[in-house]
Design a protein around this ligand. Structure first.
Ligand code: AOS
Ligand code: ZN
Ligand code: ZN
Length: 388
């Protein structure tokens, strides 16, 4: 069995991954949303499910909320509910994409009334952050156009800057804004924040409290994502990750499921760039479990991140640097692949047990009775996005 050094275990012990509330709701594609027995009926139940993931893995102490999907009358009550279950409320995700008003744009809209509405929504999200104690406001925009000539791309970029400036000004000293980019969907011709460069340009124009959010599913196929990770860390502007995996587009599948090697390569650059366990670089999941059970889906996800982090920490930096210096291409690649191909699962299982956690959190969840309980108790769970 490959041993993990005390130094590596010490690093792994500090790792935290934020869970998205919407991962616990029903979801699907535009063809069909399947319902899953036991699906949460409100944000309190989503938080309770997220707390299960944390209890069994020790990896997920916070839950991201989506507004208005997770709007409640009393955010202080939701905060106390979370804390009572050993988790806290994390990033607040805004939503300027589900109203008819936003058909032609939100923060980029040429219609002042619509743009005002979108800005006000973000200001309201910051009010929520004040109540929940959240640090980050995550902005993902569906803004874009479908046809060449449909709108003036440059004017939209200018209006985006003006809108973000107003939102940024409302942030408290300890709060941040992270701007997520995505190369297409729902807009098919141009998207107003399509790539890391645009996000970087926009957040750089705002100030230190504005950072880039990198969703691993938001790039064209074949993109070298670890290069972007390296560059954003180098520039001090990588604020957060939305982890998931994809085969084709923004599939939002379990992180590490489609391409474990890519996850390894990303984590190598995170470690290289000082982004691991760095509070400036938030690790979050952005996934949907369309056909699998949601709680074990999230457990599998955080374990995948932990496992690949352990493998990346095993990379022999000295041997790699020596091979690189000697321009020994094959030796450098062999050092890299040795770390990737090391099975750390038995060592991680043993380590979990030594910390009072289940050696196999998936099996522990299946045996604990929680799934049966929620399936019996909860009737009429809600779809991710359109719930209470
Ligand atoms: C959309 O594609 C993005 O990944 C966002 O992070 C979005 O807010 C999230 O998927 C919830 O819908
Ligand atoms: Zn995302
Ligand atoms: Zn996405």
């Amino acid at each position: 069995m490959t041993a993990l050094s005390p130094e590596i275990l010490n690093t792994l012990e500090k790792q935290t991954i934020e869970l998205p509330s919407w991962a616990f709701g029903n979801s699907g594609t535009r063809f069909k949303v399947f319902t899953t027995p036991g699906t949460p009926r409100d944000p309190f139940e989503k938080v309770a499910d997220a707390a299960q993931v944390n209890a069994l893995t020790g990896l997920a102490p916070s839950v991201a909320l989506h507004i208005p999907w997770d709007l409640v009358d009393d955010f202080d009550a939701l905060r106390r509910h979370a804390e009572g279950l050993g988790v806290r409320l994390g990033t607040i995700n805004s939503n300027a994409f589900q109203d008819d008003d936003y058909k032609f744009g939100s923060l980029t809209s040429a219609d002042d009334t619509v743009r005002r509405k979108a800005i006000d929504h973000h200001l309201a999200c910051i009010d929520v952050m004040d109540a929940t104690g959240s640090r980050d406001l995550k902005i993902w925009l569906a803004d874009g156009t479908n046809y060449p000539g449909q709108d003036d791309m440059r004017a939209r970029q200018d209006r985006l800057h003006e809108s973000l400036t107003e939102i940024y000004a409302r942030l408290g000293d300890e709060q941040r804004l992270v701007l997520e980019y995505k190369f297409f969907e729902p807009a098919f011709y141009h998207t107003d924040v399509p790539d890391w460069g645009t996000s970087y340009a926009q957040v750089s124009a705002l100030g230190d409290k504005a950072m880039v959010c990198l969703d691993t599913g938001h790039h064209a196929p074949g993109t070298n994502i670890e290069f972007i990770v390296m560059q954003l860390l180098r520039l001090g502007k990588l604020g957060s990750f939305d982890f998931n995996s994809r085969f084709y587009a923004d599939d939002d599948l379990i992180v590490g499921a489609a391409d474990p090697f890519q996850l390894f390569r990303i984590l190598v650059e995170v470690i290289r760039g000082g982004g691991l366990n760095n509070p400036d670089v938030a690790f979050m999941l952005d996934q949907c479990h369309n056909i699998e059970k949601k709680i074990p889906g999230q457990i599998r996800s955080v374990l995948n991140v932990q496992e690949m982090t352990a493998r990346a920490l095993l990379l022999d930096g000295d041997a790699l640097a020596a091979a690189q210096k000697a321009n020994d291409v094959l030796a450098a690649n062999a050092v890299f692949m040795d770390a990737f191909q090391t099975d750390v699962r038995p060592a991680l299982a043993q380590w979990r047990e030594s910390r009072g956690l289940p050696a196999d959190p998936m099996a522990a969840y299946a045996a604990c009775g929680y799934q049966e309980k929620i399936e019996a108790e909860r009737v009429g769970g809600v779809q991710a996005g359109w719930g209470a």
